[in-house]
Design a protein around this ligand. Structure first.
Ligand SMILES: [Zn+2]
Length: 69
């Protein structure tokens, strides 16, 4: 199991909520689908499924929600 740091959350246009994480060992950014959007039709978006797509980092994200301490 790898150690990851939470970077923040983002909502995709399809309605899915993803959490963005930085893998400490590799400095790679990964994203997990936290919540499947009710209107989402993408079979690639599954809960707790990993998305490796740095571009989705541009989606809406609220810095105030990014803190988990
Ligand atoms: Zn989706």
């Amino acid at each position: 199991m790898s150690v990851v740091r939470l970077l923040g959350f983002a909502t995709l246009p399809c309605g899915c909520v993803v959490g963005r994480y930085r893998e400490v060992a590799t400095s790679r950014e990964v994203a997990y689908v936290e919540e499947k959007g009710p209107a989402c039709t993408s079979h690639l978006h599954k809960r707790n499924h990993t998305l490796v797509s740095p571009t989705l980092a541009r989606s809406r994200s609220a810095p105030s929600e990014a803190r988990v301490s």
